[in-house]
Structures are given as C-alpha cells and as structure tokens.
Ligand binder design. Structure first.
Ligand code: SF4
Length: 273
C-alpha cells in the first residue's frame, strides 16, 4: 500500500467515522517518491500497488499521473495499480481521463456501494444513487477499468434485510463487480447515525438479520464473482469463495452460523425472561 493521500474527499456518510477527523489532502510527490525509494532500497519489487489512504481517486488526474510516472520509474514492471474511489470521483473525470489512467496502469477501483436500495442510500447520505452508480460503473468499464464493490448488510435497518438483499443483488448482477466485500453495518457511538438511533429514527438490524440478508444475497447473485468475502464485526463468521462455483458451500457455512446465532439469541431470551 503506497500512501498518496490522507482522508476522504467526501467524508459525509452517516455511518462512517474512518476519516471524520481528517481533511482530505494529497501528499506531495516528493513524499510519495521517498516511500518508493525506501521500498526499492529494501529490495521490494511490487507487481501490484494499492494507493491509499481514503479515496485517492478523488485527486486531480494531473497529480495522479505524477504518481503513476514515479511508480513506473522505480518499478517498471508494476502495471496493476488499484485504489478506493467514490462514485462522484468517477463522475468528475472525463472518458479521456479514465482511459489515460487505464493506459498508465490503473486497473481496479473499489467502490463503497453499500447497498442497492435508493432510499437507504439517501438516508445514509451516500454521495450516489444506485442509478448514478450503475451509470458511472459502465463508463469505468468502457475505459477498461475493473470495479469491485464494498457492500454492507444492515444498512436498511431492522426488518428490511431481505428487501435490501434483493435490491443489492439486482444492482450487483447488473454491474458485475470482480470482487465483493460485504461487512455488516458497524455503528460507532460518535457517528451521526448513532444520533438517529437515539432519536428512534433508525433501528439497527441484529446480526442474525444481517446473516439472513447475506444469505438471501448469496442466493440471488448470478454475476460471476472472483472473490466474495463476507464478515460480521460481532460474530466469528466469515464466508468466502468464488461465485457461482462455491455458492452451495458458502450457503451451508452461513446456515450453520445462522443456526448457532439463533440458538444463542434464544438462550439469551430464556436467561433474561
Ligand atoms: S465515501 Fe467511504 S470513506 Fe468517505 S465517508 Fe463515505 S464510507 Fe467513509
């Protein structure tokens, strides 16, 4: 991971505390060059480089091109450069700029899609609608770039997991990500979403509901996925595999975890009754 920026250029999603204390800024090229020299001096020879932190795709194409030139100067064989991006970051770049970045080694963008339910995206103050995300992803693909999706079970709140799974599956099937990283919604006490919970505006789903949402999603995904990786912050369950070939194995793994969680929840109710 090569640090090239600090923070998130959007920084307004209701549930996210990752970069709230930071103002987005690009690191100077001299600093990036210093890190590349350090890695080369240690004998490092990366074939893939992930640009961090936050969403570096939010930087200007000119600055990004400066970074790519430095990478090619010190690691000429590295032609697989990836990073996180928001949907807005893609919209801010022209088709020519996207192609130029591809031609200079940018290959894969990880987008924080979260889910495919429009009112949930609006409520969570994401910087995109599902419709706009699909439009920008098709531009990205036309330029030769690959996209992978970060999604989160539980974003729709209690009682809406299955509906959310169906909308998210529809979105993913239409847009075809290479990888899917699915975490359940983690609620930080200082996140703006927490205030909505205190006011009773948002009711979080339980981890059992989140697993049922994940199960429904896995049943419905028809797009080929190189790597699906699902995990839950408060449970020791991780569901990984390729789709469609590992689907049945993954569903069985999840079913066992769902049964365990049901039993745990029932015994908790019995103890507190
Ligand atoms: S775009 Fe990503 S990093 Fe930025 S605030 Fe939203 S979830 Fe957090």
């Amino acid at each position: 991971m090569l640090p090239v920026a600090v923070g998130c250029s959007y920084n307004a999603c209701k549930f996210c505390m990752l970069f709230k204390h930071l103002k987005f800024r690009e690191l100077p090229l001299e600093k990036v060059e210093g890190e590349l020299l350090r890695v080369r001096g240690l004998g490092g020879y990366p074939k893939r480089i992930f640009l961090g932190d936050g969403n570096p795709f939010g930087m200007s194409t000119e600055h990004m091109m400066g970074i790519l030139e430095l990478i090619h100067k010190y690691f000429p064989e590295c032609n697989d450069i990836n990073m996180d991006a928001t949907v807005t970051n893609i919209g801010e770049k022209s088709d020519d700029e996207l192609r130029l970045l591809y031609e200079n080694g940018v290959r894969e963008l990880y987008l924080g899609i979260e889910c495919g339910t429009e009112d949930v995206l609006e409520f969570m103050k994401k910087d995109h609608t599902a419709q706009e995300a699909a439009r920008q992803i098709s531009r990205l693909k036309r330029a030769g770039l690959i996209y992978s999706a970060h999604i989160m079970c539980g974003t729709a709140g209690a009682g809406r997991g299955i509906e959310n799974a169906e909308n998210t599956a529809r979105f993913l099937n239409e847009t075809g990500p290479r990888r899917i990283i699915n975490t359940s919604l983690f609620i930080h006490r200082r996140a703006p979403l927490y205030k909505d919970i205190e006011k009773g505006i948002f009711k979080p789903a339980t981890e059992l509901e989140n697993m049922l949402e994940e199960r429904r999603l896995l049943e419905l995904l028809t797009c080929p996925v190189d790597c699906y990786d699902g995990f839950h912050d408060h449970l020791e369950v991780r569901t990984r595999g390729r789709l469609p070939e590992d689907r049945e194995k993954m569903l069985m793994h999840l079913d066992e975890a769902i049964d365990r969680e049901r039993e745990r929840a029932e015994s908790w109710v019995a103890i507190t009754a």
